[in-house]
Design a protein around this ligand. Structure first.
Ligand code: P6P
Length: 337
């Protein structure tokens, strides 16, 4: 009987892509898989286990922390620490990076940046949420404690990136630089199976995804692009369809499958936009480029931006390459003063 291969089998089959690695990256990806299963279980029973709603605190972003934000963050930290393949971790939920500097970890080659539960405010209303991760090779001396510089690397230095989307089904989508592959979780077996091999995003699509409630705060070029999307022109397949879930991972995943553009622009209330460069935009940019798409801040390739702060925000234009090009054209043609 033919069956889909599991994520574990896929990782082993593709370990040859990393001749210099002695299985550490494979072990690291496996630990992310395990943590994702545990978070998935927590989310699926959230309403029953009194773990929905706000935790009462705020994260470093000043956003209300949801109980599951904290639970997911702790799950990923403890699981990644136990596997011993990383020397440090940075998270949306923590102001500073954490260093694993005991004997086992200080020789580890990698660091991980993570948004443990993106879109978590949607959990209470049963809308898809996700985990986003980005993996770098450390730049500091092996054997020494991880440093901030290990985390402040441009996205073009990522060696792996991906997300879990906890939706109608739970999926893990990742790249190590050799294309994008997606795995669907079968809770009955407890394994992820390869369901979408070598994913490619359409060069052009019919979906634009942006919070139009912020229209008055948007740059002129973005306003012009939105109106262009809404014009009637059958020759260019317009008007386009507006879809905005309010969960980056869910909006991104839909666009990856169907074609489209996701935009979170800068605005008068968010001078650098809302999304964080290191653990939201860079990993999504790596994925979309590996799938043939594009990601910029409206002008500069996301993965070429040199980070200066752990939680820095950037405007984000991501998806089908022709759609990102069009949005960038409007920004150039109608610059905001
Ligand atoms: P807004 C969730 O908080 C998030 O970071 C992304 O997942 C999502 O796309 C965006 O913010 C939603 O922000 O301002 O439209 O509610």
């Amino acid at each position: 009987m033919k069956r889909h291969i599991t994520l574990g089998e896929f990782i082993i089959e593709n370990q040859k892509d990393f001749p210099y690695a002695k299985g550490e990256l494979s072990a690291l990806l496996s630990s992310i898989r395990l943590a994702g299963k545990m978070v998935n279980q927590g989310i699926n029973k959230a309403g029953l286990a009194e773990i929905v709603g706000a935790a009462g605190g705020e994260n470093v972003q000043g956003e209300d922390q949801q109980k599951l934000d904290v639970i997911a963050n702790d799950m990923f930290i403890s699981t990644l620490r136990k596997r011993g393949e990383i020397c440090g971790l940075a998270s949306e939920e923590m102001e500073d990076h954490i260093v694993f500097d005991d004997a086992i970890h200080s020789d580890a080659k990698y660091v991980v940046l993570i948004d443990p539960l993106d879109g978590s405010s949607n959990i209470d209303v049963n809308v898809s949420v996700g985990t986003i991760f980005s993996i770098y090779r450390r730049v500091s001396e092996p054997g020494s404690p991880a440093t901030l510089e290990d985390f402040l690397q441009p996205g073009n230095k990522q060696i792996a990136a991906g997300y879990l989307v906890y939706g109608t089904s739970t999926m893990l989508v990742y790249t190590t630089g050799n294309g994008v592959n997606a795995f669907t979780y079968d809770p009955g077996i407890g394994s992820f199976f390869l369901s979408h091999p070598n994913m490619k995003v359409k060069e052009n699509g019919k979906i634009y995804s942006i919070n139009e409630g912020n229209y008055v705060h948007m740059p002129e070029g973005v306003k012009r692009y939105i109106k262009w999307c809404q014009e009637l022109d059958p020759a260019t397949n317009r008007p386009l369809t507006s879809r905005y879930i309010g969960s980056l991972v869910a909006d991104f995943h839909r666009n990856l499958l169907k074609g489209g553009i996701y935009i979170y622009p800068q605005g008068t209330t968010a001078p650098n936009g809302k999304l964080r460069l290191l653990y939201e935009c860079n990993p999504m940019a790596y994925l979309i480029e590996q799938a043939g798409g594009k990601a910029s801040d409206g002008k500069t390739r996301i993965m070429d931006i040199d980070p200066t702060e752990l939680h820095q925000r950037v405007p984000f234009f991501c998806g089908s390459s022709e759609m990102v090009d069009k949005a960038e054209w409007f920004l150039k043609e109608y610059p905001s003063d």
